[in-house]
Design a protein around this ligand. Structure first.
Ligand SMILES: C[S@@+](CC[C@H](N)C(=O)[O-])C[C@H]1O[C@@H](n2cnc3c(N)ncnc32)[C@H](O)[C@@H]1O
Length: 268
């Protein structure tokens, strides 16, 4: 079934009639300063050096893989895994990768086609929020990580997602709740340390981060606010005229969206 709502559609991008929506979203996020900065921090925390074998789980268009491959070349290897054939097709034809030690593999993260201890570094960025039974994925990724290797995740805590606006507060609350409830794992950011402990990963380090977006068009592109309102109108929660007023106020008045997220690292 077609699903181009960002909170749910990333579970199965290839089922969507509108691949461009997802591709555009990843490209936009990758261009924003907050994302650039936290991603750089993840590469540093992974202690990437020439020769590492890194797996980027749920690599999307491969933007992180590209930057990490430059750090582990020429002797290392960077492998990008994703469930979406369409993301991988786009990445495989991307000329940025032509001279880098990079490989793309289509697979579900719950069952990876790699032997135990294949990789020295594992990275998974904003993927577990979309996956039912994330503990199975963390266990499978731990299986393919070598002893002494570093496992890094970045994910969101949607229970700490807040829209600050002068618009009708009941509409604001409905938007926050509908968007948040649409994720498979809305509180995954805070659950990561427990998942790491369950897999016997040690040296667990937690880095809390907060993103702030202060203009409506960017927040709308990142958090699908208009699409959320459309769903709320369709299911009878709010009226169209009320939604229109709310957007007008968000565009012109005080507006800010904050979200807490975490980088969690551990060692096998
Ligand atoms: C929000 S995107 C993040 C992409 C990338 N990590 C980034 O930071 O740009 C989530 C990615 O996870 C992939 N994905 C979702 N569920 C998956 C699964 N069960 N197995 C493999 N990939 C999956 C999606 O296809 C998508 O590329």
């Amino acid at each position: 079934m077609a699903d181009d709502y960002l909170a749910t559609g990333f579970r199965n991008v290839d089922d969507s009639d509108d691949f461009e929506t997802f591709s555009r979203c990843l490209t936009l996020l990758d261009s924003l300063e907050y994302y650039r900065e936290y991603k750089k921090r993840t590469y540093r925390l992974l202690e990437l050096r020439d020769g590492e074998r890194i797996l980027d789980a749920g690599c999307g268009l491969g933007n992180d893989l590209y930057r990490m491959a430059e750090l582990i070349a020429p002797r290392g290897e960077a492998v990008g895994v994703d469930a979406s054939r369409r993301f991988l097709d786009a990445a495989r034809t991307d000329p940025r990768f032509s001279s880098l030690p990079v490989r793309f593999v289509q697979a579900n993260l719950r069952k990876l086609p790699f032997a135990d201890e294949t990789f020295t570094r594992i990275r998974i960025d904003r993927v577990l929020q979309h996956i039912p039974l994330p503990e199975e994925v963390v266990a499978e990724l731990t299986r393919v990580l070598s002893s002494g290797g570093i496992f890094l995740t970045y994910d969101n805590d949607w229970s700490d997602f807040h829209i600050h606006s002068d618009g009708d507060s009941s509409v604001t609350k409905s938007i926050e709740k509908h968007w948040t409830d649409s994720f498979a794992n809305p509180s995954i950011g805070t659950e990561l340390p427990k998942l790491f402990q369950m897999c016997n990963l040690g040296e667990i380090r937690i880095d809390p981060l907060q993103s702030v977006i202060e203009d409506f068009p960017t927040a709308d592109a990142v958090y699908n606010i208009t699409a959320t309102l459309t769903q709320l109108i369709r299911n009878g929660t709010i009226e169209e005229s009320v939604a229109r007023d709310w957007i007008d106020t968000a565009r012109t008045g005080i507006f800010r969206v904050t979200l807490n997220s975490y980088i969690v690292t551990g060692r096998k």
